[in-house]
Design a binder for this molecule. Structure first.
Ligand code: 6AU
Length: 260
């Protein structure tokens, strides 16, 4: 059961090189916090990354929401990731035919495959998307988080969709780093990482269908390994301090979970 195994033990069971690296970063920095940096300006993004960097294992971007994107942003962003030892994670949620995904992943303005070792993918369109991510040009080591469940109210994902998504994830062990979900799924596959968005202390929801759980709930009840926190940190008056607070709560919950 992955919920009671340590990240150290699970690093040895990971079949994807990026998930192995992620387990090691989590253990070494004692953080399971991934910050969703949904910010519209490049300078703000860099400043933010620098400030929360010490407290996170991954920085999750939506690179296409930047209003002033220029490829020159990517080198300093990669340098900050390297200096604070966290991974860049582009939440692109690929969902098209394989060939189109190949272009979206490795071409165009963003050339995601050249700078983001982690990306998200929808299982909706089938295995062609994963084959495209696997064979496209870009960074040698890459990992995919497959979306099995969503935090959004009223989403159309069925139990069978969830089940088939986990099956698909397990068919690509060398590519899949983990699964984005809201419940303790794939308990018998400790090499995979559960990433859980919709985490915040202040609010239970926003006004557009987002639903939140507390850090304690997602780790102890919902099976989260990594928690994604966006506005809970980005909208705080002191993001670095908020990130540190989330990191500590999440880590204490993880320790409690593996010791139970
Ligand atoms: O904490 P928030 O609500 O400010 O931000 C949550 C972040 C956003 C979403 O695009 C993302 O998490 N997200 C995802 C992901 C990670 O794929 C899936 C999901 O079900 N819910 C969700 O909010 O950047």
């Amino acid at each position: 059961n992955r919920l009671i195994l340590s990240f150290e033990a699970r690093a040895k069971l990971a079949k994807n090189p990026i998930s192995e690296q992620l387990f090691k970063i989590m253990r070494c920095k004692q953080t399971t916090l991934c910050v969703a940096v949904d910010i519209l300006n490049s300078t703000d993004l860099l400043n933010f990354a620098e400030r929360v960097g010490p407290h996170i294992c991954a920085l999750k971007t939506h690179i296409d929401i930047l209003e002033d994107f220029h490829p020159n942003l990517l080198q300093p962003l990669q340098e900050i990731a390297k200096s604070h030892n966290f991974l860049l994670f582009e939440d692109r949620k690929f969902a098209d035919i394989g060939k189109t995904v190949e272009y979206q992943y490795s071409k165009g303005l963003y050339k995601i495959s050249s700078w983001a070792p982690l990306v998200t993918v929808h299982s909706l369109m089938g295995r062609g998307v994963l084959d495209a991510i696997k064979t496209s040009e870009g960074l040698e080591k890459r990992g995919v988080f497959l979306l099995a469940e969503a935090s959004a109210a009223g989403n159309l994902i069925s139990d069978n969709y969830v089940k088939e998504t986990i099956k698909m994830a397990e068919e690509y062990p060398e590519l899949i780093a983990g699964v984005v979900c809201q419940n303790p799924l794939f308990l018998n596959n400790p090499g995979l990482i559960q990433l859980c968005p919709g985490v915040q202390m202040e609010n239970k929801q926003d006004n557009l269908g987002q639903r939140y759980n507390s850090p304690l709930t997602v780790v102890l009840e919902k099976g989260a390994d990594i928690a994604v926190v966006g506005r809970g940190i980005t909208q705080s008056s002191d993001p670095a301090c908020a990130a540190e607070r989330y990191k500590k709560m999440l880590w204490d919950a993880y320790l409690q979970r593996i010791e139970s």
